[in-house]
Design a binder for this molecule. Structure first.
Ligand code: DGP
Length: 114
């Protein structure tokens, strides 16, 4: 999608600090970090949100989950723990309409979120 900021990051049109990439996924540091480590993981494929995902995306979603865990290990988050979040729609505060997972860690976090 030409006007999607995350598509532009994935294809290199917009700079970001990329921490992981493969043929299906890209992960980069969040512009507005909410914790010492805050990484955004996206599929290269433009999917608006988890609500737009379908059966055909099952393998991709499984891949993203495993990649998130791998990134967390690479970033030394696994021992202390981390949170994996995807915001869907306005009530959750989704601000970029491209499916993404936040990998957040490096500090204790409360539950439930505000
Ligand atoms: P969400 O609120 O769940 O849609 O999260 C979108 C996140 O994306 C938000 O935490 C800030 C981040 N973000 C938005 N635009 C950019 C950008 O251009 N570069 C980077 N690195 N992060 C961005």
């Amino acid at each position: 999608m030409a006007d999607c900021i995350f598509c532009q990051i994935a294809n290199g049109q917009v700079d970001s600090e990329i921490v992981y990439q493969d043929e299906l996924a890209v992960a980069f540091r969040d512009l507005n970090p909410q914790a010492p480590t805050h990484i955004v993981l996206i599929p290269r494929q433009h999917i608006v949100s988890l609500d737009a995902a379908r059966e055909e995306h099952s393998e991709l979603l499984g891949h993203l989950a495993l990649v998130a865990a791998e990134i967390a290990r690479q970033q030394d988050l696994a021992e202390g723990g981390y949170r994996l979040v995807t915001n869907v729609g306005p009530d959750a505060g989704q601000s970029v309409a491209h499916l993404h997972f936040h990998i957040i860690g490096g500090r204790p976090m409360g539950w439930p979120p505000g």
